[in-house]
Ligand binder design. Structure first.
Ligand SMILES: Cc1cc2nc3c(=O)[nH]c(=O)nc-3n(C[C@H](O)[C@H](O)[C@H](O)COP(=O)(O)OP(=O)(O)OC[C@H]3O[C@@H](n4cnc5c(N)ncnc54)[C@H](O)[C@@H]3O)c2cc1C
Length: 462
């Protein structure tokens, strides 16, 4: 990553008491330094050198500012990557050039007022008329609503009066006639990223604006895109958790209570170690997922890796923010404080990109549907596809739960799915991160502790 990007972040986001939402001018100045170029192929003027290079940029940016890191994730993973991989060459080249030359943004709109989790319930649709499409519908919660000029919109094909199951991503510029941002939401957090509701009223676009790839249905293309975005989220989590650990460490070293520095208290040390462990786990995760994405052309069926990565990284983004607030205590309970802001800004991570409750169950169901049941043998079989096996230090209570508990209710599946996610990430960290890497032991300890904690809940689910 370029030195001027790092210098900019340091200059504007070092002061922990100045985390009020930044203005559009600051965002544009940052974009002018080219952080999004890491998503754009070199042949089109970008700096793409594989997923690890853009994830590195996202990690560093998120260290300084969670909303800014998420902005890169939205535009990069949800717009530039799919455009680069699946758009027709003439469309791709002209749109991506715009990102090389100007400080512009992109995003994706899937969610609708009637719901986001169920993609088959979407009603936004397009009708084909010769080589033109007409798009109609209403979308909400698209990150960067009204601010981003370029959009990928999820829509179903309509034939006559019938909404088919055919689902595609359509490129639609914000300036197209018939596109209107109807309202902006007074969002609880992430203020620099506008959210709202956008109406598409008979928007006419060329047929070539449908993203397509040989041998891939629109649904698979959408899943592949969303899954890649989820595999990028640990880079946001890694940067964010490391910042929370660094600022909290400084605070507990400087502050004295009952005549000694806070860091001298065992419970305070435990919190700091846990924060370090969260950063270490997420760092190992994106190092792995970045390489995985480069090595696989279609990841639309890699549920175990994708769900585990998204579940653990979003949980830790939130838990790290919460723990930092506890350590700063009253000092953090301010809108402009980095930890206070993070406490609110981190909340949607377990909601967007697939609600965690749903991904938990889906992870459990993936193992059962592939291997007939979920026990230690089949979990090892599933993990082995990723070159992993159950961690050697897995508590006996967890092994017993996998082998002996009959899973009947959805809440049971959700609990076991979440436990599988942590087992998977624990295994990945133990078996792929260098043992001498920073805070390796804290990452290992955290994963095992979380797994044991989840297993202990099983008898009491009601
Ligand atoms: C800050 C923020 C940013 C966002 N960014 C984007 C974006 O850029 N683009 C975009 O398209 N959307 C975006 N979204 C929307 C987000 O993806 C949706 O909120 C999410 O998919 C959930 O949909 P929903 O809110 O309609 O919840 P619902 O679908 O109503 O689900 C609500 C809850 O019900 C439960 N639930 C749902 N289904 C099941 C089930 N099968 N089993 C058990 N429990 C279930 C879960 O607890 C779930 O969280 C964003 C949302 C937020 C808050």
């Amino acid at each position: 990553m370029t030195k001027d990007i790092i210098a900019f972040l340091k200059q504007h986001f070092s002061d922990i008491e100045k985390h009020t939402p930044y203005a559009k001018e600051r965002l544009e100045a940052f974009l002018n330094l080219g952080p999004l170029h890491y998503f754009i192929p070199k042949s089109l003027g970008g700096r793409f050198q594989g997923a690890l290079s853009y994830l590195n940029t996202i990690e560093t940016t998120s260290y300084y500012s969670l909303p800014l890191g998420l902005t890169l994730g939205i535009t990069g993973s949800l717009f530039l990557s799919p455009m680069s991989r699946h758009a027709a060459p003439e469309l791709r080249d002209s749109v991506l050039k715009n990102f090389v030359d100007t400080p512009t943004l992109g995003g994706m709109m899937i969610t609708e007022p009637a719901g986001g989790t169920d993609v088959f319930g979407l009603t936004t649709h397009y009708e084909t008329n010769g080589d033109k499409l007409r798009l109609s519908g209403s979308k909400c919660w698209g990150g960067l609503t009204g601010l981003a000029d370029h959009w990928l919109v999820g829509a179903r094909a309509k034939r006559g009066d019938r909404l088919t199951k055919k689902l595609n991503l359509l490129y639609v510029p914000l300036c197209a006639p018939g596109v209107k941002v109807e309202t902006y939401f007074d969002a609880l957090g992430l203020q620099p990223i506008p959210y709202g509701r956008t109406q598409y009223d008979q928007v006419e676009i060329p047929e070539t604006h449908i993203l397509a790839s040989e041998g891939m249905s629109g649904l698979r293309l959408l899943n592949d895109t969303l899954f890649r975005s989820r595999l990028g989220m640990p880079a946001i989590a890694s940067g964010h958790c490391k910042r929370m650990a660094d600022v909290a460490s400084q605070r507990v070293n400087d502050r004295h209570v009952f005549g000694k520095a806070l860091i001298e208290y065992d419970q305070v040390q435990y919190r700091i170690e846990t924060l370090r462990g969260m950063a270490a786990l997420n760092h190992a995760l994106w190092q792995y997922t970045g390489k995985w994405m480069d090595d696989h052309a279609d990841i639309s069926s890699h549920y175990t890796l994708v769900n585990a990565a998204k579940l653990v990284c979003s949980e830790t983004i939130q838990a790290a923010s919460d723990s930092a607030v506890q350590l700063f205590a009253s000092a953090a309970f301010k809108r402009n404080h980095i930890a206070g802001r993070a406490y609110v800004d981190s909340r949607p991570f377990p909601i967007f990109e697939g609600s965690n409750d749903v991904l938990d169950e889906n992870l459990y169901d993936t193992v059962v549907s592939r291997h007939g049941q979920c026990n230690c043998v089949t979990v090892n079989q599933e993990f082995s596809q990723f070159g992993l096996s159950l961690p050697g230090r897995t508590p006996q209570s967890v092994l017993d739960l996998l082998d002996k508990r009959t899973v009947e209710s959805q809440r049971d599946k959700v609990l076991q799915g979440r436990m599988l996610a942590w087992l998977f990430v624990g295994a990945l960290h133990d078996q792929t991160a260098p043992h001498e890497s920073e805070h390796f032991a804290q990452g290992q300890q955290l994963a095992i502790r979380r797994v044991a904690e989840l297993a202990a809940q099983a008898p009491y689910l009601g």
